[in-house]
Design a protein around this ligand. Sequence first.
Ligand code: BTN
Length: 252
Amino acid sequence: MSIIGKELVRLASVDSTNNYAARGVSEGRFGHGTVILANEQTQGRGQWSRQWLTAPGLDLAMSVVLLPERFPAMMQFTLAKAAALAVHDVVAELLRAAGKNVAEVRIKWPNDILVGRSKVSGILIENELQGSFVASSVVGIGLNVDSRGMESDLAATSLRQECGRAMGVEPVLDMMCKRLEWWWQKVYADDGAVSSAYTERLWAKGRFADFTLDGNDFRARPLDVDASGRLIVEEEEGAVRAYGLERLRFKR
Ligand code: BTN
């Protein structure tokens, strides 16, 4: 039986579903698998303290509470991989149904979902650690579903723009909970499926891409991620090194 989404908290408006989820977790109100869904976020948050904008009622803004049992903090990037794979699955399934090329759907390290070169979804994962374990994880997912008006922003897209028809947030939410459940089970099976699928779907894998490294322009070829989530790249002169997000970022 599916646990993710069994408890669903629907909010008309909230600052951020991640904030709301974190408050509920700290007060012991939310169990494992609780999903917070907001029609509107007034202070949606993205990575690196950026703002995340969603069109009220048209885009998906949700957070999932995970309460793992004795999950090593050292492996926390596996949670980010599982979340990215779930979102990737949903986007790919909808594009496939619309007769589009699903090879265009990729995971841009660490966990943006792209269609071609345009971002359709972003994920913000906030973990609470207790000693060397992850006590709780709030997986915040923003997915552009039916919003439009992004034509001027070539870096962003929506499911509606890609599939050519309105989707509705509800069916997408349902699919998302199922795929999250699937990949969550895979995390626990610990059979390498999560890592191999993530690597296979990496954007720009094996070809040179533009980054900044410590703020300076840098070109390298993504190969894989290491266990702590650092991106392993081959540099132009052939050296293979791994860098974390504090040093390496894709240029937009
Ligand atoms: C990114 O910068 O790409 C991550 C964006 C994550 C946005 C989602 S929307 C639901 C949840 N609540 C937030 O405030 N942020 C995440």
